[in-house]
Design a protein around this ligand. Structure first.
Ligand code: NAD
Ligand code: IPM
Ligand code: MN
Length: 354
């Protein structure tokens, strides 16, 4: 209830196209007494190429004062000579996740009755697929630790160091146990590569075991990341909640998106559970330069990210209205049907309104 300061970062490529539809649906789904005061931030490739700025400190401080954030996608065309690799990904997206302490990157995956999954009928017949990945969002190989020596010479050496702190691992593991406890199956799987990445693996494994003692009602399990690639394609029903590090979580959630109906459906929340800064909601996909400007991107992932935002703000009924509308829209989709991005948004908004 009341006014919510909503910061919007449409970003690049299909980002603005899908964000417009997410906002359209948010407006109609929100409770009548909830008003969004929107501030749009011009950040991304275009601003960088125009001004050289990625995320000025003053803008970061303004963003920090919002109640919640909605982001489209950032990133330019691959190998654009004017856009050094990582400049936006690290300087904007990861900077926001780190600065706003988004240590829980929440990525739910469900095969809805109307989704088109590439899994075989035999695999689908095993039962419902409904799991959530709790991806660590502030550490791992994403922190930028490492470096390069003798670049460009035959003696070049490059390292990317994975940072795993007891503080950082324990808080995300605990959050995952809490989420598992609130779900009917109450099962939590730790995903790592403890057989090879033994230093990081040790801290994850030990803290997972330790926190598990406080959650005797939650069933625990462990899988190596490579085997998870097998299970997701042959037996995804085994998963309920997965907790994993930043890079494994990135990879596993693209596969999760693909098996559950496509990257156009996968939503995410970069959550700060302690609410010391605004959480940020965004589709799992990127700026898709290959289809940008054609208005053919599927805005469903962005729309479902809006549902996660409403849920985070304490409006689960409004979030459920969006999810139900998406479910109905998916069931009504016909194979080969080509709808434009705004048509999908309009159709879902109309279903939310009933
Ligand atoms: P991508 O997710 O942008 O695209 C991968 C494939 O999926 C492409 O074929 C694309 O057309 C398709 N696709 C993505 N979203 C779609 C949608 N809503 N509807 C239909 N098809 C969709 O990944 P990429 O090509 O590896 O990366 C492109 C750029 O985006 C890069 O600069 C990358 O760094 C950036 N990126 C940003 C984010 C983010 O902002 N959160 C996430 C991933 C990638
Ligand atoms: C994602 C993206 C980002 C990530 C990149 C663009 C930094 O792939 O949100 O999944 O790796 O987290
Ligand atoms: Mn990714």
């Amino acid at each position: 209830t009341g006014q919510v300061a909503l910061g919007v970062i449409p970003g690049d490529g299909i980002g603005p196209e899908v964000t417009a539809e997410a906002l359209k649906v948010l407006e109609v789904a929100a409770p009548a007494d909830l008003k969004f005061a929107q501030t749009s931030y011009d950040l991304g490739a275009e601003r960088y190429l125009r001004t050289g700025e990625v995320l000025p400190d003053s803008v970061l401080e303004e963003i920090r004062n919002q109640d919640a954030l909605l982001l489209g996608a950032v990133g330019g065309k691959p190998n654009d000579p004017n856009l050094p690799p990582g400049i936006l990904e690290r300087g904007l997206l990861l900077k926001l996740r780190f600065e706003l302490d988004h240590y829980v990157n929440l990525r739910p995956s469900r095969i809805y009755p109307g989704s088109v999954s590439p899994l075989s009928d035999e695999v689908l017949a095993k039962g419902e697929v409904d799991f959530v990945v709790v991806r660590e969002g502030t550490e791992g190989p994403y922190t930028g630790n490492g470096g390069a020596l003798r670049v460009g010479t035959p003696a070049e050496v490059a390292t990317e160091v994975s940072v795993n702190t007891a503080y950082g691992v324990e808080r995300v593991v605990r959050d995952a146990f809490e989420r598992a406890r609130r779900r009917p199956r109450k099962k939590l799987t730790l995903v790592h590569k403890t057989n090879v990445l033994v230093h990081a693996g040790q801290v994850w494994w030990r803290l997972f075991q330790q926190v598990a003692e406080e959650y005797p009602d939650v069933t625990t399990d462990y899988s190596h990341i490579d085997a998870v690639m097998i299970y997701l394609t042959t037996d995804p029903q085994r998963f309920d909640v997965i907790v994993t590090d930043n890079l494994f979580g990135d990879i596993v959630t693209d596969l999760a998106a693909a098996i559950s109906g496509g990257i156009g459906l996968a939503a995410s929340g970069n959550v700060n559970p302690d609410r010391t800064a605004p959480s940020m909601f965004e589709p799992v996909h990127g700026s898709a330069p290959d289809i940008a400007g054609q208005l053919i991107a599927d805005p469903t992932a962005a729309i479902l990210s809006g549902a996660l935002l409403l849920d985070h703000l304490g409006h689960p009924e409004a979030a459920a209205r969006i999810e139900a509308a998406v479910l109905a829209d998916l069931e009504a989709r016909e194979p080969g049907q080509q709808r434009r991005t705004p048509e999908v948004g309009d159709a879902i908004a109309a279903r939310v309104l009933g």
